[in-house]
Design a protein around this ligand. Structure first.
Ligand SMILES: Cc1cc2nc3c(=O)[nH]c(=O)nc-3n(C[C@H](O)[C@H](O)[C@H](O)COP(=O)(O)O)c2cc1C
Length: 176
């Protein structure tokens, strides 16, 4: 299958980005292809509720979300990978999710397989809100098929084992 990995970190090359790459490498061992979309450096506005998507759609805002719409439609699976900011996903990741509404109202929003990768500087429970959002919205409301969640924790701490987490991300990809 083809996987779209949405990397919600504004920091290229850091923890979330590395987990995305490890996940993609694992998925490749099973013959899956992947595209990684980094929010870093992109212009991604929040939804402005203009209702254009209800009329001629898909979206009135001409920013870096436009090419992502095609990628979302093409993908069989979407991985939501986000750092934890204030106990939740980043604003950039939320903007991408809100803007998916344009596909949703256009009837172009198909159920996908999905997985979550949530990366916190503090303990694993710092990603509780993000995991709840993943379970209650992405799985329960959108009916996407859950392929697993990886919580990466304590990234800024002395005991952070980057290689062990990269292996977990690889294993999640290889489990598909
Ligand atoms: C604005 C901001 C808010 C953050 N809030 C939290 C938080 O609530 N809980 C937590 O554990 N870490 C928090 N962090 C730390 C990040 O989750 C951590 O540094 C993570 O590794 C960032 O992902 P990255 O390495 O891919 O950039 C915050 C960082 C920033 C910049």
């Amino acid at each position: 299958m083809h996987i779209l990995v949405i990397d919600g970190s504004p920091r290229p090359g850091k923890n979330t980005d590395m987990m995305c790459d490890a996940f993609i490498a694992g998925a490749a061992t099973k013959g899956h292809t992947a595209t990684k979309f980094r929010v870093a450096g992109k212009k991604l506005n929040g939804c402005i509720h203009c209702m254009q998507c209800y009329k001629n759609g898909p979206c009135s805002q001409k920013d870096d979300m436009i090419p992502l719409y095609d990628e979302i439609e093409k993908a069989d699976m979407i991985v939501l990978a986000s750092p934890i900011y204030f106990w939740h996903i980043t604003a950039q990741m939320k903007a991408v999710i809100d803007r998916m509404y344009a596909l949703y109202v256009a009837g172009r929003f198909k159920a996908k397989k999905t997985a979550g990768i949530f990366v916190s500087g503090g303990d694993a429970d710092c990603s509780d809100e993000a995991v709840s959002f993943y379970n209650n919205v992405i799985i329960k409301r959108l009916h996407w098929e859950d392929c697993g969640v990886l919580r990466v924790a304590r990234t800024g701490r002395d005991d952070y084992d980057l290689e062990a987490y990269k292996q977990k991300a690889f294993d999640l990809g290889a489990s598909l």
